[in-house]
Design a protein around this ligand. Structure first.
Ligand code: C2E
Ligand code: CA
Ligand code: CA
Ligand code: CA
Length: 278
């Protein structure tokens, strides 16, 4: 028993060590990679549920490290936030997204916006608006084609958040509230913010088709958003059953593997040229 205990301890110790090592290694590699060509974006279509037409995309960051392979954003974004590396990285991501958006041609009347995720640290950096303005000018991007995705945790400081959001809105930029339902924003505050779209988190979309799933949550979020004058995007839609339910309950838009996985720039460009309709 004693021997077993020792082995268990060693096992635990090793895995703890390796986790710390992984984290440090990612942090070190991230520092080195910031100015490299290792980051790229994928674009996931967002579809209008009445017309089936493409009305937007979300830019999602990929990191392909020459030795470590592809490292998922869920692993490096939190480390980038903790270390502050998200500031230079986030700026690059926004610049890459705007450059790509500029290549896609849309008629003036055609609806289309590209959504970029913002982290909390970026959101509260003192020169956020200057940085965004600089990138829009430099890439000659129409601000009304850009959407910024924020999360509920960013709106805890109601006064400050609302001031930033109103300034972004006055520049013509669209605002989406991401992962809605997983955080703690008060409904009372929600109506104070100039939010265009509420994105229902995938966990509630999964409930629609689960055996003991609570479909009511998704339906409630949709009607609440509409009451507050916001449009709804359902995230993580994978099945026709989910789509059917969402249409029935008047969700405006949707995004998920059912329509398309996130695509490389070239693939996404082809999709636009073909005039994608689901
Ligand atoms: P998110 O913003 O909620 O992005 C949606 C995630 O769901 C993406 O994962 C997307 O690939 C995935 N997804 C889309 N459709 C489906 C579906 O039908 N089923 C399932 N199971 N998943 C689906 P991804 O690309 O791995 O990104 C994970 C998270 O990393 C994002 O969650 C976001 O929080 C963060 N992230 C990604 N790119 C960026 C970025 O450029 N900046 C910041 N700050 N965060 C980012
Ligand atoms: Ca997002
Ligand atoms: Ca989300
Ligand atoms: Ca998420």
């Amino acid at each position: 028993a004693k021997k077993e205990g020792k082995n268990n301890f060693q096992f635990y110790d090793e895995s703890l060590n390796s986790r710390i090592y992984d984290r440090l290694q990612i942090e070190n590699e991230l520092r080195k990679a910031i100015d490299s060509e290792q980051f790229s974006l994928r674009y996931q279509p967002i579809v209008d549920l009445v017309s089936g037409q493409l009305v937007g995309a979300e830019a999602l960051t990929r990191w392909d490290h020459p030795e470590l392979g592809s490292i998922p954003p869920d692993q490096f974004i939190p480390i980038a936030e903790e270390t502050g590396l998200i500031l230079p990285l986030g700026e690059r991501i926004l610049r890459m997204a705007c450059k790509e958006l500029k290549k896609w041609q849309f008629a003036d009347t055609e609806r289309f916006t590209l959504a970029v995720n913002l982290s909390i640290r970026q959101f509260y950096q003192p020169n956020l608006l200057k940085i965004i303005q600089g990138i829009l000018r430099e890439t000659e991007t129409d601000p009304t084609r850009l959407t910024i995705e924020i999360t509920e945790s960013m709106t805890m400081n109601v006064k400050k958040a609302s001031s930033i959001l109103y300034q972004l809105k006055s520049m013509g930029i669209n605002i989406s509230m991401d992962d809605f339902g997983t955080g703690y924003s008060s409904l009372n505050c929600l109506k104070e913010f100039p939010i265009d779209h509420l994105k229902i988190d995938q966990t509630f979309i999964r409930e629609i088709s689960g055996t003991n799933g609570n479909k009511n949550i998704a339906a409630t979020i949709i009607s609440m958003a509409h009451t507050l004058g916001m449009k709804v995007i359902a995230e993580g839609v994978e099945t026709e059953e989910q789509l059917h339910f969402l249409k029935q309950h008047n969700s405006d838009e949707a995004q998920g593997y059912l329509f398309s996985k996130p695509l490389a720039a070239g693939e996404f460009h082809l999709l636009i040229d073909k005039g994608f309709v689901y």
